[in-house]
Design a protein. Structure first.
Length: 184
């Protein structure tokens, strides 16, 4: 006996991994190779009480990079890069690792803020789209209103440059009317 479940209407508002991709914080296997824990990393993890520290080999620069996982296995914050065999001094690490907490928190806040801003713009655009559909319906253009409300008609909201962009394009077309435009 098979029971069907109703489809879920879920919208992901904040995805830290997607935001990290957008910010360029994700390790790329074509450029980065996570290294096994060396004695140095084991010491640093114990000394700084940071089990999230690790090193990777940057294949393009041939440097070793000391990092801290923001999202284990996916997103990392680079702390310092150095050539093979030239590890940073303990004094430097004492300062850098203490500051990385503040930096990581700021990075998380920045990623979340950017995601919230993009969501706000999407919400405003959707609201404008629905208002445009209502205006079309009020004018008796039911098919157009339905297409606008469902997203089948193209629409760019004001916050995305909609009206201003459309006016600028119209002005450019009017300025170019009757002229021969070539490139070469």
């Amino acid at each position: 006996m098979s029971e069907e479940t109703a489809p879920l209407d879920i919208e992901i508002i904040y995805d830290p991994v997607a935001e990290a991709h957008h910010e360029g914080l994700v390790l790329d296997a074509t450029r980065h190779r996570v290294m096994p824990d060396s004695e140095f990393i084991l010491w640093a993890k114990r000394h700084y009480k940071r089990p999230t520290l690790f090193e990777y080999h940057h294949l393009e620069t041939d440097n070793i990079v000391l990092c801290d996982w923001l999202i284990r296995g996916k997103v990392a914050q680079e702390l310092e890069a150095y050539p093979h065999g030239e590890r940073p001094s303990r004094a430097f690490l004492d300062l850098r690792i203490v500051l990385c907490d503040k930096s990581a928190d700021a990075m998380r806040r920045k990623m979340k803020s950017a995601a919230e801003e993009r969501q706000r713009i999407r919400d405003e655009t959707e609201h404008e789209r629905l208002n445009a559909a209502k205006r079309l319906k009020f004018m008796g253009m039911d098919q157009e209103a339905k297409a606008m409300a469902s997203g089948q008609s193209s629409f760019v909201g004001t916050t995305q440059g909609g009206e201003a962009l459309a006016k600028a394009k119209e002005d450019l077309v009017n300025l170019a009317r009757g002229r021969i435009i070539t490139h070469g």
